[in-house]
Design a protein around this ligand. Structure first.
Ligand code: IMP
Length: 431
């Protein structure tokens, strides 16, 4: 069975949770490899709605191993709360199905306070972060002063690293960010408590995955956020701090690129974005509001209203290229059911010229006007449609046009939040 990476092809919130949940049926291992609890996957299982921020959604399937890889930054409090909630719902009957990389970095209380204080100080230049301490935790990782899970598990190493960190963090908090400092004791005691709970989940997950592959068992890599939020390939600096692109699946798990067989990008049939930054097809009018209401576009992590706009084929072509997508899943097609016409952005107009690639400079990107193609809508409900051929003709034409403009095969079309509201065109696990 192939190893498959599932990633967001836009600015996050593309509906990866549902797609991963469907594909999990064919996977032995489901792995998160970047980000942290800035992500939020809303899943509808039967009539039950489950929101997961850290634990791979594969946990809803019995017998699958769920791994949180070294590339993730983990807030222990959130992780433990998620386990407790899942157990209260009768999930995770066996703790050995959940594994944490000993090399992942821990989000500390000062990361969260710095994240929030820095945003507050940035005024109109703020990124619009989720305030979960993600950026500051990755800063410490890259700055080689982070605290990893294996450090947290050793009282002496943890005490030393925390002492060193607090010297710098308290200085930053008090002198630059005008915020409160932390005492060693308040963090040390709380986090030692977490260490005791986390210990049983800790493993050499890179080795574990290597052994799984050798034994013929496969991996589903569950990406968080989206391509345009990648720290290298996204709309920097309005990005998250991790590698959200397909390459992150390897660095964030210790699995070789040679082991990856399929890379599936998830894209809404339109675009949403939360937080600041350029968004050429954004609709600030009634049409945008209608999209937000029809798609229930409010963040599952922060509850913030999402910015909405028409499908951007330039963004998708870019995502196909930088990730090497082998297929695209189009989600939330049903959200466009009520529109008389639908638009697709095929390029940008900048200073009178049409460009078909995303400009590197943010200021140029912010000044780009979308060039649209307009198509008739289908004006009827499609959520109960079970095959592509049964979709209204105009909906079929719209999907086919997206495929043509992206230059990548569409392998799935989602027409509603439930598992059974999905049209599968090709299953990457049976390629
Ligand atoms: P951070 O990841 O909290 O540092 O936020 C950085 C940027 O990424 C902000 O614009 C956030 O809104 C955005 N972001 C982070 N996680 C998600 C997500 O799961 N979906 C959509 N946007 C996200």
């Amino acid at each position: 069975m192939p190893n498959v990476v599932v990633i967001g092809a836009q600015w996050g919130d593309e509906g990866k949770g549902k797609v991963v949940d469907i594909y999990t049926e064919h996977a032995d291992n489901v792995v998160r490899y970047q980000g942290g609890n800035n992500a939020g996957h809303t899943l509808v299982v039967g009539d039950e709605k489950v929101v997961l921020h850290l634990i791979p959604s594969g946990i809803l399937h019995e017998g699958k191993r769920c791994i949180i890889g070294n590339g993730v930054v983990l807030d222990p409090e959130v992780f433990i709360r998620e386990i407790t909630n899942l157990k209260a719902k009768g999930r995770i009957k066996d703790d050995s199905v959940l594994c944490l990389s000993e090399g992942l970095h821990i989000i500390m209380p000062y990361h969260k306070r710095i994240d929030i204080a820095r945003e507050a100080k940035s005024g109109d230049k703020k990124i619009g972060t989720t305030g979960r301490g993600i950026g500051p935790a990755y800063e410490d990782k890259i700055g080689r002063r982070g605290i990893r899970l294996c450090d947290l598990l050793d009282r002496d190493i943890f005490a030393r690293k925390l002492t060193e960190a607090l010297e710098e963090k308290n200085f930053l908090l008090e002198k630059f960010l005008n915020d409160k400092p932390f005492t060693f004791e308040e963090i040390f005691n709380e986090y030692n408590g977490y260490a005791a709970t986390l210990r049983k989940y800790v493993a050499d997950t890179s080795l574990m995955l290597h052994q799984e592959v050798k034994a013929g068992r496969n991996i589903l890599f569950e990406g968080a956020q989206g391509t345009l939020l990648d720290v290298d390939h996204g709309t920097y600096p309005f990005v998250t701090s991790s590698s959200t692109c397909a390459g992150g699946a390897c660095t964030g798990t210790g699995v070789s690129p040679r082991e990856i067989n399929e890379i599936i990008g998830i894209s809404k049939a339109y675009v949403t974005r939360v937080g600041s930054g350029p968004f050429p097809t954004e609709l600030l009018d009634e049409t945008g509001e209608n999209m937000r209401q029809a798609g229930n576009e409010f963040g599952s992590t922060t509850g913030r209203p999402r910015r909405c706009g028409w499908f951007d084929a330039v963004v998708l072509r870019y995502a196909v290229r930088v990730n090497g997508l082998t297929g695209v899943a189009i989600t939330k097609l049903d959200v466009l059911d009520g529109f008389d016409t639908v638009k697709i952005c095929t390029g940008y107009r900048y200073k009178g010229k049409v460009i078909t690639e995303i400009p590197a400079t943010l200021e140029v990107f912010a000044d780009c006007e979308p060039v649209y193609e307009e198509m008739p809508g289908w004006n009827c409900a499609i959520s109960n449609v079970k095959s592509f051929a049964a979709l209204p003709e105009n909906a079929q034409k719209y999907v086919k046009r997206l495929e043509q403009l992206m230059g990548c095969e569409i392998v799935m079309v989602s027409v509603g939040p439930r598992r059974d509201e999905t049209i599968s065109l090709r299953n990457p696990f049976f390629a």
